[in-house]
Design a protein around this ligand. Structure first.
Ligand code: NAP
Ligand code: MG
Length: 431
């Protein structure tokens, strides 16, 4: 079972009458695009892979139209991070973006790149600009089996991206005293609630969230589930947190009843709310194949568990969806720094490009859907199939070779793997 749309591969890219000399697709007429994709380049090993994917897997087949933004750290530094804001604005304008992994600077990176400032995470900046929700989907392939035996289809995680413990206020209590929750409205009226009478040392934390943000999260989840034709599960701890988590539950239910119920029913889909502990138990016994929406912290923790139980971080894609239907596709992993340093030393690397390839196919398919270019959508399907078939034939990168159940595996270096995919693709295209 795989995450692609399983369709028979027609040789759509070959205009009738074309002769067989067209080696590696070059002589074929390329697929023409209408609207540019917003292309965000990135850092380190993924930047190397980015170029290989474009050169070897895309440009020979597509008259690729992109509006290019270099989010590599040197360019972000040069522009005081304006380039990231420009890229986010372009994404709003065109509606579909594809992004390479980027470095989020820490103190070590500030020194390494001699940066003017410790810039914010580009993903954070883009997410804030689009008010988006991140959906993470594992790529399933024969030979890389999920650790949970019952899972047959991907479980897509949707994590709320605002507030809760990520915007907390914390306080250390050193000795006896009274902690209260005080809210002052705009007219100066106060309401107070006792949190705890401390008799000794302890800790306090203040959390918040916004109806507007939860609304956007709910819309993104319902719209994405409909788009993917999958059931939507949502879970919180509203039995314990009756007002806070209860608010999440109520907003989801109201938006579902008012705006999505009929569409879900017409599509034969289900919206299912349950307590988080019940959801976890059900997820482990399920066959997969649904979208699981979670609050910020639950999503953080569960998506890392999900990524490792589906096999590999390098087989996890990520898409940011705004409540208004803007899409930004990327791989879930980072810039694979350790491999990049090996690469710089001239050593051979075996870095997995699958999630980055699927970021491109996701974006191209969405562009094709919006612009009504069926050849582009079919190319995206074919490239995904070629990628998975290459792995299924035993050709893979080192990370997968370590965990595969296949025998007679050939471990390929970074570029050899991409070229092997290209061979499979050309065979599928009949070139
Ligand atoms: P990482 O790049 O995801 O890599 C962590 C480890 O996971 C790698 O060292 C490698 O293990 C394995 N791995 C990840 N992707 C792989 C792939 N495609 N092929 C093969 N192995 C893969 O995380 P990191 O090293 O913690 O972070 C590096 C940089 O990425 C940081 O500067 C961070 O800020 C950035 N980052 C960016 C994003 C984003 O842009 N979305 C997300 C996360 C992190 P082995 O070394 O054992 O082979
Ligand atoms: Mg995490």
């Amino acid at each position: 079972m795989t995450f692609r749309n399983v369709r028979k591969a027609p040789t759509i890219l070959r205009p009738s009458g074309e002769n067989n000399e067209s080696k590696r697709g070059r002589a074929m007429s390329k697929i023409v695009m209408k609207t540019p994709l917003v292309e965000m380049d990135g850092d380190e090993m993924t930047r190397i892979i980015w170029k290989m994917i474009k050169d070897d897997l895309l440009l020979p087949y597509i008259d690729l139209k992109t509006e290019y933004y270099d989010l590599g750290l040197p360019k972000r530094d040069e522009t005081n991070d304006q380039i990231t804001i420009d890229a986010a604005e372009a994404t709003k304008k065109y509606g579909v973006a594809v992004k390479c992994a980027t470095i989020t600077p820490n103190a070590a990176r500030v020194e390494e790149y001699n940066l003017k400032a410790m810039y914010k995470s580009p993903n954070g900046t883009i997410r804030a600009a689009l008010d988006g929700t991140v959906f993470r989907a594992p790529i399933l392939v024969k030979g890389i089996e999920p650790y949970v035996r019952t899972w047959k289809a991907p479980i897509i995680m949707a994590r709320h991206a605002y507030g809760d413990v990520y915007r907390n206020v914390e306080h250390r209590v050193d000795g006896p005293g009274k902690a209260e929750l005080v809210f002052t409205d705009e007219n100066g009226n106060e309401s107070r609630q006792l949190i705890h009478e401390f008799e000794g040392p302890g800790i306090i934390q203040g959390l918040h969230n916004l109806d507007e943000s939860i609304d956007g999260f709910a819309h993104a989840c319902f719209a994405y589930a409909l788009d993917q034709k999958k059931d939507l599960w949502f879970s919180t701890k509203d039995t314990i947190s009756k007002i806070y988590d209860g608010n999440f539950k109520e907003i989801f239910q109201r938006i579902y009843d008012n705006e999505y119920k009929e569409k879900f029913e017409a599509a034969g889909l289900e919206y299912f709310y349950t307590l988080i502990d019940d959801a976890v138990a059900r997820v482990m016994r399920s066959e997969g194949g649904f979208v699981w929406a979670l609050k910020n912290y639950d999503g953080d923790v569960m998506s890392d568990m999900m990524a490792s139980s589906f096999g590999s971080l390098a087989m996890m894609t990520s898409v940011l969806v705004s409540p208004t239907g803007i899409y930004e596709y990327e791989a879930a992993h980072g810039t694979v720094q350790r491999h990049y340093y090996k690469h710089l030393k001239g050593e051979t690397t075996s870095t997995n490009s699958v999630a980055t390839i699927f970021a491109w196919t996701g974006a191209l398919r969405k562009r094709g859907e919006l612009d009504e270019i069926p050849e582009l959508m079919r190319f995206a399907d074919l490239l995904e199939e070629a990628t998975l078939e290459t792995i299924e034939s035993g050709k893979m990168t080192g990370d997968l070779a370590l965990i595969t159940t296949l025998e007679n595996v050939e471990k390929l270096d970074t570029e050899a793997f991409i070229l092997a995919i290209r061979d499979t693709l050309d065979k599928k295209l009949g070139a």
